[in-house]
Structures are given as C-alpha cells and as structure tokens.
Write a protein that binds this ligand. Structure first.
Ligand code: HEC
Ligand code: HEC
Ligand code: HEC
Length: 138
C-alpha cells in the first residue's frame, strides 16, 4: 500500500515537470508589437504590426515556433540571428528563407502570417487579414 502511494507521488512530480506546466509558467504575450523592421526597410508604411498572440494559441505552438525545442526557455524571436535575420531585403532576396519578409508573407508556408491566413481562406475557415494595410495599420 505504501509503495503504491509513493509511486503516485512520484508520478505526480514527474507530471508537474512536463512541458505543459513549463509553458503555463512562461510569460506568454497577449499581443506583440512587431517592429523589428522600423528603419530597416524603405517601406516604412508597412511596419509595425500589432500581432494578437493570444488569439492564435489554439493553432498550437509549433506551427509558428517551428524550431523551438528547448521548452525550458521561451522560443527565439522570428528575426533572431540564425533565423529570419535579413531585414529590409529587396528583390529576389525577399523570397529567401532567412529574410524577414519571407517569414511573414511567404504565400505557400503555413508558418507565415500570410501563408496561413491564405490557407484558411481557401478552406473557408475563419482567418486573419491578407491585405497589407489590415496588418500594417498606421
Ligand atoms: C498577416 C499580417 C501581414 C500582412 C497581411 C502583411 N504583412 Fe508585411 N509584415 C507583417 C509582419 C508581422 C512584419 C514584421 C514587422 C516588423 O517586425 O517590423 C511585416 C513586415 C513587412 C515588411 C518589412 C520586412 C523586412 O524585410 O524588414 C515589408 C516591406 C512588408 N511587411 C510589406 C508588406 C506588404 C507589401 C504587404 C501586402 C502585400 C504586407 N506586408 C502584408 C505582417 C503582415
Ligand atoms: C500564429 C503564430 C504563433 C503561435 C500559434 C504561437 N506563437 Fe508564440 N509568438 C509568435 C510570434 C510571432 C511571437 C513574437 C516573436 C517575435 O517578437 O519575433 C511570439 C512570442 C512568444 C513568446 C515571447 C517570446 C519572447 O522572447 O518575448 C512566447 C513565450 C511564446 N510566443 C510562446 C508560445 C507558446 C507556448 C505557444 C503555444 C501555446 C505559442 N507561442 C503559439 C507566434 C506564435
Ligand atoms: C497557422 C495559422 C496562422 C498563422 C501562422 C498566423 N495566423 Fe493570424 N490568424 C489565424 C486565424 C485562424 C485567425 C482567425 C482567428 C479567429 O477568428 O478565431 C487569425 C487572425 C488574425 C488577426 C485578426 C484577429 C482579430 O481580432 O480578428 C490578425 C491581426 C492576425 N491573425 C495577424 C497575424 C500575424 C501578424 C501573424 C504572423 C506574425 C499571424 N497572424 C500568423 C491564423 C494564423
């Protein structure tokens, strides 16, 4: 009987140390003002963007935080070094995987704001803005 009790306590302890609790403990932004491109692009009209993070959580973390493995720490920022770190790309470079422009507008990737919004629209599901000025609100 004692053994069973101890096992239950150990089980509860292991459970409380799983990723789920760590995620709940993590400070999750309700909204994020995305403004890394300010001053880096010749298109100042298009930045910054107010991103409603909380409204997206039900889609699951990995669809956006697609390189996030170390769940003990918050995910990296989109434009952190080694990720989508080319800001203010022009021409063909805009389509490069590591450009910030591509991260947010790639029309065929479900990781990108624009790509996912377009996908949902195609499937007739609730979706977010696709028009430039709906995200880049002045
Ligand atoms: C679903 C939201 C969304 C839509 C729609 C959208 N954008 Fe963006 N865009 C973003 C986000 C988020 C950023 C990052 C802003 C920042 O960090 O400064 C961004 C950044 C940019 C940048 C700067 C990229 C860089 O290299 O620094 C440009 C230019 C841009 N958008 C142009 C456009 C144009 C043109 C359209 C319409 C075809 C458009 N955007 C539509 C979300 C959107
Ligand atoms: C639709 C895309 C999307 C989804 C889904 C999403 N996030 Fe995010 N999250 C973002 C973006 C974009 C940022 C801002 C990153 C930046 O500033 O470059 C962010 C920021 C964060 C931050 C703050 C990071 C920092 O350093 O300030 C945390 C923590 C976070 N997300 C956790 C989560 C967790 C946990 C989930 C799943 C329950 C989740 N996110 C789901 C897109 C998303
Ligand atoms: C994987 C899919 C996905 C990605 C990636 C995604 N979104 Fe969305 N977004 C949605 C869906 C679905 C909705 C509609 C949510 C709802 O109505 O419940 C939405 C809604 C929105 C809205 C409108 C919220 C409202 O109050 O009506 C904005 C603004 C928005 N997204 C911005 C962004 C930006 C900026 C990014 C990138 C940083 C982004 N989204 C990335 C799926 C996505």
């Amino acid at each position: 009987m004692k053994k069973v009790f101890l096992l239950a306590v150990a089980g509860a302890l292991v459970f409380s140390l799983t990723g789920i609790d760590l995620i709940e403990a993590m400070k999750m932004p309700k909204t994020v003002l995305m403004n890394a491109s300010v001053g880096k692009t010749k298109n100042p009209v298009y930045a910054p963007v107010n991103f409603p993070h909380q409204k997206h959580l039900k889609l699951g973390c990995p669809v956006c935080h697609h390189k996030w493995t170390d769940k003990k720490n918050p995910p990296k920022k989109c434009v952190d070094s080694g990720c989508h770190d080319i800001l203010g790309a022009k021409g063909a470079q805009m389509r490069a995987k590591n450009s910030a422009y591509n991260a947010f507008h790639n029309p065929t990737s479900n990781h990108s704001c624009m790509g996912c919004h377009k996908n949902k629209k195609k499937q007739n599901l609730a979706t977010g803005p696709i028009a430039c000025k709906k995200c880049h609100v002045k």
